[in-house]
Design a protein around this ligand. Structure first.
Ligand code: SF4
Length: 117
């Protein structure tokens, strides 16, 4: 005879499995949210230097071809530690580059990155 408060082994296994899966999914969701926040934080780091006003179409294409971006995807490779970077002058947060035209973020990067000697 089964007591009213007793649960079957099958019920116990089902309930603990559901709890386990919920726990795993919950922790995965929290981890995803934390990664999303750190990516957003990384993307908000540094100035935006994407104003290509005054550049020729060819110069704009060169920026695209070299995959220039204001926020380096590689933490150890940024314009501010590239041999071709020219530090910003005056109040501008954006520097320049000896290779490509237009404003360059110190936190930026392109495929022609060269380490400073
Ligand atoms: S060559 Fe590329 S990585 Fe180096 S300063 Fe210019 S844009 Fe930045």
């Amino acid at each position: 005879m089964k007591h009213q408060n007793q649960i079957s082994r099958k019920d116990f296994l089902i309930k603990t499995s559901i709890a386990g899966v919920s726990l795993i999914l919950g922790s995965h969701l929290v981890q995803c949210k934390q990664e999303e926040k750190s990516m957003e934080k990384a993307q908000n780091k540094g100035p935006k230097c994407d104003d290509t006003t005054g550049l020729t179409q060819e110069e704009i294409e060169q920026r695209k071809n070299l995959q220039y971006t204001d926020y380096s995807p590689e933490p150890n490779k940024k314009c501010n530690n590239c041999a071709l970077y020219v530090v910003a002058e005056g109040n501008s947060p954006c520097g320049k580059c000896n290779l490509i035209k237009g404003p360059i973020s110190p936190e930026g990067w392109c495929t022609s990155w060269v380490p400073k000697a």
